[in-house]
Ligand binder design. Structure first.
Ligand code: FAD
Ligand code: NA7
Length: 550
């Protein structure tokens, strides 16, 4: 149209985190011309943006920690790199994950095909040319036969709409868009939110700030992370068994966190003493998912079992927090049925005289004032910095804020409006031909890197199959599209499988219940990664069941 520079490609990938990087590599290996774009100024996705300060890290610009163990918070497909790339702690901090992803990009020479500071604003399926027309913030228009969205499921920050928020005269930061090296020494800091991120940041900065107030809506259950150094013997054992480890993680495990879920032991099948010993051993070993899924097989499905795990953690909180009033506020009141948290000494921080907790159940926030936060009891908590650890408009948030138009000009947002986000297999949506999502709605709920690999490999395989079909005589580009019945089937399947999960009965981002106005709905397949992968294999084997390939 005269205003846009136009570039034609086989495939355009949106996002350059774990997902986009691998997809770029796969498409390139398949001989397709592919490019990735990202709003960010470099690769890394989550690990580019979440640079909030962290515990025990020399640099102030450091931070967020993965709670997947280091040996599994990486790609599985480069055996030599797996064995040689260094990691010295059991869990990786943000700077190390970022460094690792940059290393992968350099090692496979991918950087030349990534454009940074580039946001997809509009994409539409051009029916006639069978192509995606994509407009970006830089003024370049891409015409791509395939569009892969790797926009991240925890990527669009959620800033709560609190009265007076713009009047605050101090600094305010969201953890998911941390602006860089910020000194908090001597400052009065308020943290709103105490999920995984809030727990990490509170633990990290408590001894560095003048005063810290945690504005807490729902108290959380958290177990120790068990962070420690990696000794060479441990590393050798991992290296010697890596192939078998990944096989177990991908094809035998539900959570894909590297331990064997306890499939046979209900919580009530052992006497109270043994139960306590099992919980205690898991507590000492550390790890949130491990505590919930390695100990017994029914903590996330049986209320009675859940109650036992909850009581064990509550007793730990009581023992750790000295001030009874603070302990009361920190004591969880709901089921233990959100994403399981782990920490490096969170509850202990409240024994410091400079650290307070304000229960927003007792005294909700009335408004943010120029000087701080005023709660309903009339107290104005004076602050220099407010940190929003309020999470993300998760899973579909990055999809509904841009205009992705499929057949007949219908946007993905409109397609999802009546029901909440849906898909076939978490990867495709009918009426959006040749578009594939990495970690789209109703993908597997598990450790994420192997889930991403599963998606990238499935997408690459179906594109390969279609390309081969196309090469056999057709003149036009192949079109791959999920059938509406396939989407219905998968939505129903995800609904049925999640019915027995207690997670569904507790409000959190996992069911879209953390953002006001967002429809509470099913966002994940809760049947586990191994089972999910078996389903994908069967789809491929049955001539790409549920898809039209034309
Ligand atoms: P992301 O890394 O989120 O990357 C998406 C990218 O897409 C972003 O860079 C974004 O800028 C870009 N983008 C979005 N929209 C557009 C657009 N319209 N145009 C251009 N670019 C766009 N997972 C685990 O499995 N284990 C953990 O221990 C763990 N810890 C976490 C800790 C934190 C603090 C957070 C926030 C997440 C954590 N996660 C963890 C989840 C983590 O997001 C994933 O593991 C993984 O990094 C996701 O990779 P991705 O490529 O799918 O998405
Ligand atoms: P989470 O887990 O969504 O936690 C967000 C926190 O912010 C949680 O404590 C919320 O309270 C709180 N919150 C959200 N909105 C408000 C308002 N309006 N007022 C007060 N408090 C609020 O996000 P995280 O970033 O911690 O973690 C997200 C994922 O990233 C995590 O699961 C890991 O996978 C990595 P609530 O509990 O809802 O009452």
């Amino acid at each position: 149209n005269g205003h846009y520079e136009i570039q034609s490609l086989d495939a355009l990938i949106i996002g350059a985190g774990f997902g986009g990087i691998y997809q770029l590599k796969k498409f390139r290996d398949m001989g397709l011309s592919a490019l990735a774009v990202d709003t960010a100024g470099d690769v890394g996705g989550t690990w580019f943006w979440n640079t909030y300060p962290g515990k025990n890290h020399p640099s102030a610009m450091s931070s967020a920690m993965s709670d997947t163990e280091a040996y599994l918070y990486r790609y599985s497909w480069d055996p030599e790199d797996l064995k040689t790339y260094p990691w010295d702690k059991h869990y990786v901090y943000q700077p190390e994950v970022l460094k690792y992803l940059k290393h992968v990009v350099e090692r496979h020479d991918l950087r030349k095909d990534i454009r940074f500071n580039t946001t997809l604003t509009d994409a539409y399926w051009n029916e006639e040319d069978r192509i995606w027309d994509v407009k970006c913030s830089t003024g370049i228009e891409y015409r791509a036969r395939y569009l892969v969205t790797a926009l991240g499921l925890l990527s669009k920050q959620h800033f709560p709409d609190i009265k007076g928020i713009d009047s605050f005269q101090g600094e305010k930061y969201h953890t998911g868009a941390w602006p860089g090296d910020i000194s908090m020494a001597g400052q009065r800091v308020g943290v709103i939110g105490n999920g995984s991120t809030g727990v990490q940041i509170i633990t990290a900065i408590a001894d560095k700030v003048d005063t810290l107030i945690s504005f807490q809506r729902n108290p959380q259950y958290s177990v120790p992370s068990g962070q420690r150094d990696v000794d060479p013997e441990y590393r050798k054992k991992i290296n010697d068994n890596y192939e078998e480890i990944w096989r177990q993680v991908k094809d035998e495990s539900a959570t894909a966190f590297g331990f064997k879920e306890n499939a046979d032991r209900p919580t009530m099948s052992v006497d109270p003493e043994e139960r306590n010993e099992i919980f205690e051993a898991a507590w000492k070993k550390g790890g949130g998912f491990r505590f919930m899924f390695e100990t017994f097989n029914d903590i996330s499905t049986s209320e009675a079992a859940n109650d036992q795990a909850a009581e064990f953690i509550k007793a730990k909180i009581r023992a750790k927090v000295k001030d009874p009033e603070k302990a009361r506020k920190l004591m969880p009141t709901q089921m233990y049925a959100r994403r399981p948290l782990c920490d490096a000494g969170y509850y202990e921080q409240f024994n410091r005289s400079n650290v307070e907790v304000v229960s927003l159940h007792d005294t909700p926030i009335d408004e943010i004032t120029p000087a701080g936060i005023r709660t309903s009891d009339g107290t104005e908590h004076e602050l220099d910095i407010i940190i929003f650890a309020t999470g993300f408009d998760a899973v579909d948030g990055n999809y509904t804020r841009i205009a992705i138009k499929g057949r007949n000009g219908v946007t993905l947002k409109n397609h999802w409006a009546p029901t909440g986000p849906t898909s076939y297999l978490g990867v495709t949506v009918p009426s959006f031909p040749n578009m594939f999502m990495i970690l789209g709605p109703n993908g597997p709920f598990s450790n994420i890197p192997p889930a991403i690999e599963t998606h990238v490999e499935f997408i690459s395989d179906i594109v390969q199959a279609a390309e081969q079909k196309g090469a056999a005589g057709a003149e036009k580009t192949p079109v791959i599209e999920a059938k509406p019945q396939a989407e219905e089937y998968w939505t129903h399947e995800c609904d049925v499988v999640s019915r027995q999960s207690l997670f569904r009965r507790t409000d959190s981002w996992i069911f879209g219940a953390n953002v006001p106005g967002k429809k509470k709905t099913i966002m994940f397949y809760f049947g586990g990664l191994a089972d999910y992968r078996a389903k994908l294999r069967s789809v491929a084997k049955n001539s790409w069941e549920g898809f039209n390939i034309e």
